[in-house]
Unconditional design. Structure first.
Length: 231
């Protein structure tokens, strides 16, 4: 009976530890890029990071420690020049893939109009944050600046950047941008990643097993001593 109680207590402690595990926010800022996105070229431009913002070597451990399960990813973009409606972009990491920009504005407005056919002609995104939980999709924002919007894929809190949830944050992350129209050149001034991660559940499972094993072993030792003591 006592053994059962100890096992239950140990299991409860392990579950409590898992539920109260602190999430850690890792912010990466890639500044001073000022890279031109090739005009009218679907081959586009990529930026791959490995260790804490270093472009190379690709795929090295970016130092997340035991926090190896993603719970949230946000992307920050600062793009100037060009036509916003020309741009297509995505983020890829491991098995995760999320479209960030998909010719914003295209398909909106009056059918047959320039906006409907080609997307918004506004220039630049002005330090925006793409967050899957945002209420407004970037696809419908003609003149974004310093705001937080949902990426051009998925719905609120579903799809899009949520494709990375549950993955190990370690390894390479690649940002891809392409200009699919002609006339003006867009420039990526800077970008950033905000990754929230927590310890893998198996870590807490091992803690739980350790508590259970220790509890059972302790009970057995106590019982053995009692049996050995003269009455």
């Amino acid at each position: 009976m006592k053994t059962t109680r100890i096992i239950g207590l140990a299991t409860g402690l392990a579950v409590l530890a898992a539920l109260t595990a602190q999430a850690t926010l890792y912010s990466f800022n890639f500044t001073g890029i000022n890279a031109a996105i090739p005009d009218d070229n679907p081959a586009g431009w990529t930026y791959t990071i490995g260790e804490l913002g270093e472009e190379t070597p690709v795929g090295r451990d970016p130092g997340f420690g035991t926090d190896n399960r993603i719970t949230d990813v946000n992307v920050r973009l600062n793009i100037s020049g060009g036509y916003n409606g020309d741009l297509y972009g995505y983020l890829v990491h491991g098995s995760g893939f999320a479209v960030l920009l998909n010719r914003v504005g295209q398909g909106t407005g009056t059918p047959g109009s320039d906006v409907y056919l080609f997307g918004f002609s506004r220039s630049g995104f002005g330090s925006i944050t793409l967050d899957q939980g945002a209420g407004t999709s970037i696809h419908a924002v003609e003149d974004p600046a310093n705001g937080t919007y949902r990426p051009d894929s998925g719905t609120q809190n579903s799809g899009g950047l949520n494709a990375f949830n549950g993955l190990d944050p370690n390894g390479s992350w690649t940002l891809f941008l392409a200009d699919l129209g002609s006339g003006e050149t867009s420039t990526l001034v800077s970008w950033g990643l905000d990754i929230t991660a927590v310890p893998e559940p198996t870590t807490w499972a091992l803690i739980g097993f350790g508590l259970i094993f220790g509890g059972v072993t302790g009970v057995r030792v106590i019982r053995a001593r009692r049996r050995a003591c003269p009455q």
